[in-house]
Design a protein around this ligand. Structure first.
Ligand code: NAG
Ligand code: NAG
Ligand code: NAG
Ligand code: NAG
Ligand code: NAG
Ligand code: NAG
Ligand code: NAG
Ligand code: NAG
Ligand code: NAG
Ligand code: ZN
Length: 321
């Protein structure tokens, strides 16, 4: 009788969890039954789509687009926009105050409020774990700032091809331990959130700008893609910055040995990246490679000749790089 009751309550719990998990598929990175290779069958809508992310960026195929101007970043230099840091079992998520932080410009059609950022990594600094790759090169980690168009409501987001604008930053490993200071600070919180669901209030501790130190934010790749976790909704305008953020190896190592998938008896969160997806004819664009301060002059034939040979030189350079 006792046994039967336990069985019944197990069954009920099972059914309830099935009902409530509808729409949020239980995916993983570490098990053959739910790792990224299973996502197209686990969540065919939309992980089996045709504009999936991440991708490998082939620099020789990148097309120039003069509309990819500078961004306007709001709240990135304000230490009250970072609210908390949380172990979400799949990654570490930093919650942002979307009423104070936003991004616009940069060829985006509208303003996008910043909701969170999270990170993808490999296994320590020796196994790279970025999601996007450039000419096949994978970086140590990748940071994603997730921004949602100001007029988007949750019910239409799933069907809106530009609902999200995600800013992707590569992270490259360096040898100078404990640097930079901002990342030393950020990683110091990881040991306090060992279990899934653990969260820590970190307001006033650091700014997003300080974490993006060293990146020229006017140089980036642009393409249309998807969320990189199920249900892989094809709603993202992607920006991938060319310059990496430089973080020391000892700090990168902390991401793979402080946070567990669930409880402390479970494995650490490692290799939480999705591999590159098919391009399916999509075009990646970037800023035109311009010659600063050399306005073509029409004053003389000499100038014309110079301009033409400069243009030739630069187009040759463009195709070689
Ligand atoms: C995914 O899409 C491809 C091509 O459209 C198709 O051949 C394949 O059967 C689909 N897989 C699933 C699991 O739906
Ligand atoms: C650049 O913006 C203009 C005006 O919005 C638009 O007509 C044009 O198609 C855009 N160019 C590209 C390459 O997207
Ligand atoms: C976006 O931010 C603005 C303030 O800049 C705020 O009024 C608006 O409610 C925010 N939208 C969402 C969806 O959070
Ligand atoms: C990750 O790295 C740790 C430390 O180097 C090692 O013990 C572990 O076996 C690695 N895990 C995987 C899945 O490669
Ligand atoms: C991993 O990153 C290192 C350092 O950035 C780089 O030299 C190496 O080529 C990368 N490995 C792969 C497989 O991309
Ligand atoms: C999504 O958009 C497509 C085409 O624009 C439309 O046919 C479909 O009904 C929409 N679905 C939802 C759930 O709004
Ligand atoms: C970093 O350290 C590694 C191993 O100790 C060494 O091979 C590499 O040359 C160093 N890199 C730099 C830029 O000093
Ligand atoms: C956060 O910003 C405020 C206002 O600029 C400043 O007074 C404070 O010192 C900053 N806190 C830290 C930890 O940097
Ligand atoms: C996760 O950990 C909690 C707390 O220890 C436990 O109750 C739960 O069963 C675990 N979930 C899984 C899927 O292992
Ligand atoms: Zn991501």
């Amino acid at each position: 009788m006792q046994m039967n009751l336990q069985l019944v309550s197990l069954l009920v719990a099972c059914l309830l969890s099935t009902v409530y998990s509808e729409g949020s598929v239980e995916y993983c990175y570490n098990l053959p039954a739910c790792n990224p290779s299973t996502w197209p069958t686990l969540a065919p809508h939309h992980c089996n789509g045709t504009r999936q992310s991440p991708i490998n960026i082939v620099t020789a195929d990148v097309k120039p687009d003069k509309n990819l101007t500078a961004f306007s970043f709001k709240g990135f230099n304000d230490n009250s926009t970072i609210i908390s840091i949380q172990n979400i079992g799949k990654s570490v998520k930093i919650h942002l105050d979307e009423t104070k932080m936003s991004v616009s410009g940069g060829g985006l059609q509208s303003q996008y409020n910043s909701s969170q950022f999270h990170i993808h990594w490999g296994n320590g600094s020796s196994i790279n774990g970025s999601e996007h790759t450039v000419d096949g090169r994978q970086y140590a980690m990748e940071l994603h700032i997730v921004n949602i168009r100001t007029d988007v409501t949750p019910d239409v987001a799933a069907n809106d091809s530009t609902a999200y604008a995600v800013l992707g930053f590569f992270i490259e490993a360096t040898n100078s331990s404990g640097t930079p200071e901002s990342w030393k600070k950020l990683t110091s919180f990881l040991s306090e959130i060992p279990n899934k669901g653990d969260s820590l209030d970190i307001m006033h501790e650091l700014t997003v700008d300080s974490l993006l130190e060293g990146v020229d934010r006017t140089k980036y790749y642009r393409y249309l893609g998807s969320l990189t976790t199920p249900s892989c909704d094809e709603i993202v305008v992607w920006t991938v910055f060319k310059d990496p953020i430089k973080v020391s190896k000892d700090l990168i190592d902390l991401f793979s040995n402080k946070m567990h998938i669930n409880a402390t008896a479970d494995p650490f969160i490692i290799n939480n990246y999705r591999p590159a997806q098919a391009l399916n004819g999509r075009v990646v664009t970037s800023q035109p490679t311009s010659v600063s301060g050399s306005e073509p002059s029409s004053a003389s034939t000499l100038h014309h000749t110079l301009s033409i040979s400069m243009a030739l030189l630069y187009s040759v350079l463009f195709w070689c790089l």
